[in-house]
Design a protein around this ligand. Structure first.
Ligand SMILES: Nc1ncnc2c1ncn2[C@@H]1O[C@H](COP(=O)(O)OP(=O)(O)OP(=O)(O)O)[C@@H](O)[C@H]1O
Length: 232
């Protein structure tokens, strides 16, 4: 299968802090990969480096064979919209919701490309098929929803564009186990054809048996052996 994401020699951090050390990481089309590690070991920073949202970074990152890495000189976020247009969708940790928007408005925020915006009704419908509880909440303010419903909105927003790479940061954070499992099941109900997904999690059990492979992250380095990241 072709590689959707190919990372070579990625080093990244914030100011004087070096968080990622020479990371090599590849994800093929159709793969679901679990990225597991304790708090503060760099999972979010890896996702943010792919979307150019860290303080600084160097190394090669290829999305569908096209170079999106390198050293940024324009400041965090300046290249992000271009990378999203090339096929990246990311669900940030902790929802990053806008409490004053309705569910519909919120989902529409994710229809970022021109094509996605034109097709937003159909895409909203697809998101609601994946997360049925949202259907009756379309006009509800997101700030009034339960934690599980908010997470569905947050993940659903990333599904409003047709991306080839989905980066999902700790979908279980702060949720009851049953609700986390239902969010994960819903995510995995997406067809894998033409896309790849990386899910950062501390809850290894939630991903066990559901992903194609798991990779551990410890102190800013990837470890193939998940048993050495302090979670099992
Ligand atoms: N914006 C920032 N400015 C400075 N340091 C940061 C920033 N964001 C993260 N860090 C630091 O980078 C390191 C890695 O954090 P990161 O959030 O990538 O880890 P993580 O494995 O995703 O953990 P978590 O689940 O807590 O997000 C930590 O030492 C953290 O304090």
């Amino acid at each position: 299968m072709p590689e959707v994401l190919s990372i070579t020699g990625l080093t990244a951090g914030y100011g004087p802090l070096r968080v990622l050390h020479e990371i090599d990481f590849n994800v093929e089309e159709g793969e679901r990969v679990g990225l597991v590690g304790l708090n503060g070991h760099g999972k979010t920073t890896l996702f943010r480096a792919v979307s150019h949202l860290v303080g600084w970074q160097s190394g090669s990152i290829k999305l569908n064979g096209e170079e999106i890495g390198g050293t940024r000189s324009l400041g965090p976020g300046r290249r992000t919209s271009g990378i999203v247009r090339k096929g990246l969708a990311m669900t940030p940790q902790g929802d990053a919701i806008f409490p004053g928007l309705t569910v519909r408005q919120h989902l529409d925020c994710g229809a970022y490309s021109r094509l996605a915006w034109r097709e937003r009704r159909r895409r909203r419908d697809t998101v609601m098929d994946i997360f049925p509880p949202l259907r009756k909440l379309e006009d509800a303010l997101v700030g009034k929803l339960s934690g599980g419903e908010r997470r569905m909105v947050s993940v659903g927003r990333a599904l409003m564009v047709e991306a080839s790479l989905y980066l999902v940061d700790e979908p279980s954070l702060g949720l009851a186990p049953k609700i986390s499992a239902s969010v994960i099941e819903a995510l995995f109900s997406l067809p894998t054809e033409g896309r790849a997904m990386v899910i950062a999690e501390q809850n290894v059990a939630l991903l066990t048996g559901r992903v194609d492979r798991m990779i551990g992250m410890h102190a800013g380095r990837l470890r193939g052996d998940v048993g050495h990241v302090g979670l099992e």
